[in-house]
Design a protein around this ligand. Structure first.
Ligand SMILES: [Zn+2]
Ligand SMILES: [Zn+2]
Length: 303
């Protein structure tokens, strides 16, 4: 198992947006980079992951709107090439799921394509994911992709979104779970599918080392049960990104206790959040909150 480190805290959005880069890049180890989009560009502040194998690199997700991700990825790949004494490496781009806050950088990254970084972009659809990962029967079968001495197992995990995929990196023991498991509000679109997907992750990882579960957002504070309001940009007391495999057991118990009847359930490090139709008054309240925060963001002092 190859080791790596996570930062003690991530940047979120502020307090001084003028001083913040659009992306925070963290070297987990020389062949795995974790990037986080600044909340100053979009409140979703998603994480994306860049993994290098012997024959190609893989980018998991492309960030949210206003991310300007392409120069950041180009910089890291070119530095990696220099460090490894190579001229080029193909980059395969896949997605944890199809929501806008994880695919917004697709076009910009596709345009990076050149001799040093030949790009293959896989659209975030069930069909395309089946093909690239070799998943014969969706969502039951597992698939995989080999980056060259680095195999990533792929599990179909619909429920949050129909084309959802989790990747298990055999080299580091990290399970990448997208928006299905992370410290925050786990929005459930299809309860039955979500439960089966969670079971699939539990079964697959049984008896395997799971170093970390890494999802795509942080919405939880460091205070148990407490999350930031939707739309929060600056989150100075954030929960850490990594979760242990045990949360899959908690999620499973919670889902089973619902007996098919969607119900919001708060746990220490996340909330199960079956998604009803959103009401316009709620949307307006969240938007007003975001606007007020955006204004404050340019002119606030550190505590
Ligand atoms: Zn999502
Ligand atoms: Zn998301």
């Amino acid at each position: 198992m190859r080791a790596g480190t996570l930062p003690s805290r991530w940047d979120s959005g502020g307090p001084k947006c003028m001083e913040m880069p659009e992306w925070q890049a963290h070297e987990y180890n020389p062949d795995l980079y974790i990037l986080r989009q600044s909340g100053c560009t979009d409140f979703e502040k998603p994480f994306v992951f860049l993994l290098f194998g012997g024959e190609r690199a893989l980018l998991l997700d492309t960030g949210s709107r206003n991310g300007n991700i392409a120069p950041q990825i180009a910089l890291i790949v070119h530095r990696w090439l220099t460090r490894n004494g190579r001229d080029s490496i193909p980059l395969l781009i896949v997605h944890t799921h199809a929501h806008g806050d994880h695919v917004a950088g697709d076009a910009a990254l596709k345009a990076l394509n050149d001799a040093a970084i030949p790009i293959t972009l896989i659209p975030a659809t069930v069909e395309d994911n089946q093909k690239i990962f070799g998943i014969a029967h969706w969502p039951e079968d597992a698939g995989a992709v080999d980056l060259g001495n680095r195999i990533l197992d792929a599990l179909a995990i619909p429920g949050h979104q129909d084309a959802g995929v989790a990747l298990y990196d055999r080299q580091t023991g990290i399970l990448f779970t997208g928006d299905s498991v992370y410290p925050g509000r786990l929005y459930i679109h299809d309860l039955a599918a979500f439960q089966k997907s969670n079971e699939r992750m539990l079964r697959f990882t049984a008896g395997k080392p799971v170093t970390h579960i890494l999802g795509n957002h942080i919405e939880q504070t460091r205070t148990p049960y407490l999350d930031y309001p939707e739309g929060t940009l600056w989150q100075p007391q954030e929960h850490e990104l990594a979760l242990p495999r045990g949360v899959l057991l908690e999620i499973q118990a919670g889902l089973e206790s619902m007996h098919g009847k969607p119900q919001r359930m708060a746990y220490r490090d996340f909330t199960l959040w079956p998604r009803a139709e959103r009401n316009p008054a709620d949307e307006a309240r969240v938007e007003a909150y975001k606007q007020q925060q955006r204004k404050a963001m340019w002119d606030q002092n550190s505590p």
